[in-house]
Design a protein around this ligand. Structure first.
Ligand SMILES: *Cc1c(COP(=O)(O)O)cnc(C)c1O
Length: 392
């Protein structure tokens, strides 16, 4: 395992993920460097490392070879020069945002941003002198009107309850013209289905707890971008905020990501099949799935993951519906092997303010599904049976 290995551009994502480079003793799986520090053979070596002359791991809060293996894989998939593993998706988001914005700065965020990103924007950033405004990033004119004076444009394409789309290439160009940087949360699409850096976005953040891990067995995150943008993260935030990724979690991620292309193909196929049947179901009023939208923001998506929402008729008792499901478990998060369901009404009561769900059309009749890796027909039978038994 060498520090400077970058998988050749000509390899596809599956090859990049399945093919590992030179691990010690010809191993095909990376070692877990379960160590907090890395010692030096001499003073000269120590000095070379401290001065930045030689890049090598010194302390695992900074660099760790197992974590670097994960970072290289994500960078290769995103078409990034560099990536930084973090302890969670929120550690990635907070480190990325604070590497750009400081006291006196204003952030423009897409409305309906991920819940804890919203709470970061509302609870912590104002205490640091950073203000955040929200706008419908599906509306270019609205973004252009709100951009002057913003330091950062924060995106999610699509958003994760209503699945609203955004034209990330045009938005990144608009932001650049106004001197603002762009960050996008790419957890939904994964780098397999959307590569925002290729469309001019500056930094990509992921909750690796979702599809990248794929097995619901770890909480992790990652930031990807140009060498310069990641150097800024390393220089200004990540090591000091301290949200580091552990070697074992990185190992789980490298293991999980080997099947990312296979899993995403299945999430997409099964998700689309179920979304289409729901759209035809008499008890369903609409399906919120990027594949069903004609918004131009869908153009950067080369595929669809298995997370989407649908809205039921008023005659359907939503709590009864979700309680009747057997394969779809009630739970937060998504991206693992198991199918999950979250009714919007469970969060509608909590959310208030500019990010409140009711402000942009979330109704108590909306239900979000994460389609897992079970047999599509079993999942559909479960949904059909639960729907039929939940009419008032
Ligand atoms: C889960 C999630 C996050 C936060 O990631 P954690 O790994 O839980 O910290 C961020 N963005 C989106 C869209 C998510 O679903």
């Amino acid at each position: 395992m060498t520090d400077d290995f970058t998988p050749p551009e000509e390899y596809g994502a599956a090859t990049t993920l399945a093919h590992d480079d030179s691990f010690p003793a010809g191993a095909v799986v990376p070692p877990i460097y379960q160590t907090s520090l890395f010692t030096f053979a001499s003073y000269a070596e120590m000095e070379a490392a401290f001065s930045g002359q030689v890049k090598r791991p010194v302390y695992s809060r900074g660099d760790n070879p197992t974590v670097q293996e994960f970072e290289r894989k994500v960078a290769a998939l995103e078409g990034a020069e560099a990536a930084r593993g973090t302890a969670s998706g929120m550690a990635a988001i907070s480190s990325a945002v604070l590497s750009i914005a400081g006291a006196g700065d204003r952030i423009l965020s897409t409305r309906h941003v991920y819940g804890d990103a919203y709470r970061l924007f509302e609870k912590l950033l104002p205490r640091l002198g950073i203000t955040v405004d929200y706008v419908d990033c599906g509306d270019l004119a609205a973004v252009e009107a709100a951009l002057p004076g913003a330091k950062l444009l924060y995106l999610e394409n699509p958003t994760s309850m209503m699945f609203e789309l955004q034209e990330i290439g045009r938005l990144a160009a608009l932001a650049k013209a106004h001197g603002a940087a762009t960050i996008i949360d790419n957890s939904w699409a994964t780098p397999l289905f959307q590569q925002p850096l290729r469309h001019g976005v500056d930094l990509v953040v992921h909750s690796a707890s979702k599809y990248l891990s794929g097995h619901s067995d770890t909480v992790a995150g990652v930031i990807a971008g140009s060498a310069e943008a990641i150097a800024r993260v390393n220089d200004r935030t990540q090591p000091y905020l301290g949200g580091k990724l552990s070697p074992f979690e990185a190992w789980l991620l490298v293991r999980g990501m080997r099947t990312l292309p296979l899993r995403m193909r299945q999430h997409q196929e099964s998700g689309l099949a179920i979304a289409r049947r729901l759209a035809d179901h008499p008890l369903v009023t609409r399906v919120l799935h990027p594949a069903f939208s004609n918004h131009p923001g869908g153009a950067t998506l080369t595929g669809h993951s298995g997370l989407f929402s649908f809205e039921v008729e008023e005659t359907v008792d939503v709590p009864r519906l979700v309680d009747a499901l057997r394969l779809f478990k009630l739970g937060v998060s998504w991206g693992g092997h198991e199918s999950l369901v979250v009714p919007a009404r469970a969060s509608l009561r909590q959310a208030q303010g500019p990010n409140s769900m009711s402000a942009f059309g979330v109704t108590p009749r909306i239900v979000r599904l994460a389609i897992g890796l079970e047999d599509t027909e079993d999942l559909w039978a479960d949904l059909e049976r639960a729907l039929a038994g939940s009419v008032n």
